[in-house]
Design a protein around this ligand. Structure first.
Ligand code: PEP
Length: 262
């Protein structure tokens, strides 16, 4: 039993942010939480650009085991403190079902990443956690597989699910992944869930974030999730796709200029 198009509310009672058809939600923040200063700076930039939800990774399942893996619980603490100081609810990734409890203590929304989308044990654990879930599409998942992953969460009694299209693996090497714009209306037609787009992880390229954001908005996305970093050159994770000053201002303007389809 659900409406044709659901709205998911994120954050503490009284300060909740909606994600759904009647609004357009801008989620932004650092790809990875690196330090208190870096997180505060990124979050301040994100909020100034119009973000109402702060993102930030504390558990980072990277392609290489030798790459920065995140600050773990310390990263959660930093993210929660910065979110609280700026009045922004926070979303962060949980990778291991055993970490769901500690992530819930610090986050307003649990993110299931692309690499974890098919982990049924994790999906069930977040389905039981009592927090809204941001479910990213697996990079090799069909739309049906993605929606079935959402069913694993829903089956455990949690319908507070936001789908996130973040690009799929194709033969095209110019971008890290290929943004599947058609997945936005298809997932909205096939499910009642809000659909947001992550142009940062879709492209891996800062210069493509604004055009892909425009495409997502035109396709009817319910929101965007974007990486922001105060100094992308020294970022410990995904600097080349992270926005800073001028690009972030261009994105804020694009979001304002292209009102979402209602
Ligand atoms: C992220 O959003 O931090 C992330 C790692 O994205 P994805 O799971 O889409 O690769």
């Amino acid at each position: 039993h659900h409406p044709d198009r659901s709205t998911v509310w994120v954050g503490r009672p009284g300060r909740q942010v909606p994600i759904g058809p009647a609004t357009f939600t801008f989620i932004a923040g650092p790809c990875a939480v690196e330090s208190p200063d870096q997180t505060l700076e990124a979050a301040t930039m994100a909020r100034a650009a119009g973000a109402t939800v702060l993102r930030g990774g504390a558990f980072k399942p990277r392609t290489s085991p030798y790459a920065f893996q995140g600050l773990g619980v310390r990263g959660l603490e930093i993210l929660a403190a910065v979110g609280q100081s700026l009045g922004l609810p926070v979303v962060t990734e949980v990778v291991d079902p055993r970490d769901v409890e500690v992530v819930c203590e610090h986050a307003d929304m649990l993110q299931v990443g692309s690499a974890s989308m098919g982990n049924s044990g994790l999906l069930e654990a977040v389905g039981e956690a009592g927090k809204p879930v941001l479910l990213k599409r697996g990079m090799t998942a069909t739309i049906e597989e993605w929606l079935m992953a959402a069913e694993y969460v829903a089956q455990r009694g949690n319908l507070e699910i936001v789908l996130c299209e973040r690009g799929i693996r194709t033969f095209e090497p110019t971008t890290r992944n290929t943004l599947d714009v058609s997945a936005v209306p298809i997932a909205q037609i096939e499910s009642h869930l809000p659909v947001v787009v992550d142009p940062s992880h879709a492209s891996g390229r800062r210069d493509l974030v604004v055009p892909l954001s425009r495409a997502a908005i035109a396709a009817g996305a319910d929101g965007l999730m974007v990486d922001v970093h105060p100094d992308p050159e020294v970022a410990l994770c995904d600097g080349p796709q992270s926005l800073h000053g001028p690009e972030l201002r261009a994105l804020a303007q694009a979001v304002r200029q292209l009102p979402p389809m209602m």
